[in-house]
Design a protein around this ligand. Structure first.
Ligand SMILES: Cc1cc2nc3c(=O)[nH]c(=O)nc-3n(C[C@H](O)[C@H](O)[C@H](O)COP(=O)(O)O)c2cc1C
Length: 354
């Protein structure tokens, strides 16, 4: 038993789609809670005017009846309101008549830092839009919806997941970058609380919880991260203590809640770095793929920064991976079976949170 997420959808196409399989039957979903996460993803200092245009709301097409999961594939949809301006440019089917509206001219000047060039070469594209529409972070909207579902499941076994920005002076850096028509990145941190020991496994990248979290995020540190490489072992590992009842706990959490690829019962703490956004209003040098001539990269409506949004996206990614690992450990076709297996396990082990 595992939890899987498949997504489809282009940035300015009709809609974004997610299919989540492996949920137990009987999980209550709250539409407002999912929409609240979608709204959080759209907020934050430095976002583009597109976020005012889109008012993301989830639609459910399958897998849910009267607010309860059926244990069948859950199909989620988030529509792109902006598609109205791209009806010709992003039409799934050939359109009659003259090209009009946004997306009607081919993109031939790839942006450094984005997937424009690598995607155009890989898929043999004359119009880099065919690459950048899918590579756009717009698809994170539906991943956030899936993350909200994962958080609902985790809530049933006492796990909460919370993302936040850790970069300091972010607003000032954004103001300065905006004035110079530049962009910025930053660092976010996600903490999973109440994670029981035993999620994930030891050896391969498909088993290890740390590897799976890293794959969901990229540019990642877990716990004290890179800093640990500079420390001695005596100052880098979290000593194991027992309280009067014999329950095990730690006073420190340098490991970020994961040892040997397995959650150890402490908070799971993951940091992710985001590079500056690739679309600059003062574009970088590029080469026209059609003519081979030097030029300037594509400029299109874009955020100056999306670090606060990344905190929400990263929270969803961590929630999904924790929920997946929990499904693998506790299984069950119904929510009662899943929660029952978790309860029997945590009652058996001597575990205490700090
Ligand atoms: C929530 C969010 C919003 C983003 N908005 C933009 C944007 O407006 N303009 C842009 O150029 N990149 C934006 N990005 C970053 C690009 O999606 C990303 O850099 C690009 O897809 C290349 O992928 P890479 O970062 O994995 O190399 C955003 C990323 C996130 C997570």
């Amino acid at each position: 038993m595992t939890l899987l997420l498949t997504t489809a959808g282009e940035s300015h196409g009709p809609a974004l789609v997610a299919i989540v399989t492996g949920l137990p039957a009987g999980l209550v979903l709250d539409r407002d809670a999912i929409d609240a996460d979608l709204a959080r993803r759209q907020e934050g200092y430095g976002r583009s005017p597109r976020q005012k245009l889109e008012r993301d709301q989830v639609e459910v097409l399958a897998g849910l009846r009267h607010g309860r999961t059926l244990g069948t594939p859950l199909a989620l949809v988030v529509r792109n309101r902006d598609h109205a301006n791209w009806e010709w440019g992003m039409s799934p089917w050939p359109r009659e008549g003259e090209a009009s509206g946004k997306g009607s001219k081919p993109v031939t000047l790839p942006r450094p830092g984005h997937a424009d060039l690598a995607g155009a070469l890989k898929f043999d594209l004359a119009d880099a839009r065919d690459a950048l529409e899918r590579a756009s972070a717009r698809q994170t909207a539906v991943a956030v919806a899936a993350g909200a579902v994962a958080k609902a499941l985790l809530g049933e076994i006492g796990i909460s997941v919370e993302g936040r920005v850790v970069s300091e002076d972010l607003e000032q850096r954004i103001d300065e970058a905006r004035a110079e028509r530049d962009t910025v990145g930053g660092v976010v941190e996600v903490v999973g609380r109440g994670v029981p020991p035993g999620l994930g496994s030891y050896a391969t990248k498909d088993e290890r919880l740390d590897a799976r979290l890293a794959a969901g995020l990229m540019g990642v540190e877990i716990g004290a991260g890179f800093e640990l490489a500079e420390r001695r072992g005596s100052a880098a590992h979290d000593e194991i203590l027992a309280d009067e009842q014999g329950a095990l706990y730690r006073e420190t959490n340098f490991a970020g809640g994961i040892e040997g690829g397995v959650s150890n019962g402490e908070d799971v703490v993951v940091r992710a770095a985001m590079k500056p956004l690739p679309t600059l209003m003062r574009p970088l040098r590029s080469v026209d793929l059609e003519t081979g001539e030097a030029g300037e990269a594509l400029v299109e409506r874009s955020d100056v920064a999306a670090v606060e949004a990344l905190a929400v996206v990263a929270e969803a990614a961590v929630a999904f991976e924790l929920a997946r690992a929990a499904r693998e450990k506790f299984g069950g076709d119904s929510l009662a079976d899943f929660v029952g297996a978790w309860r029997a396990y945590v009652e058996r082990i001597p575990w205490r949170t700090r």
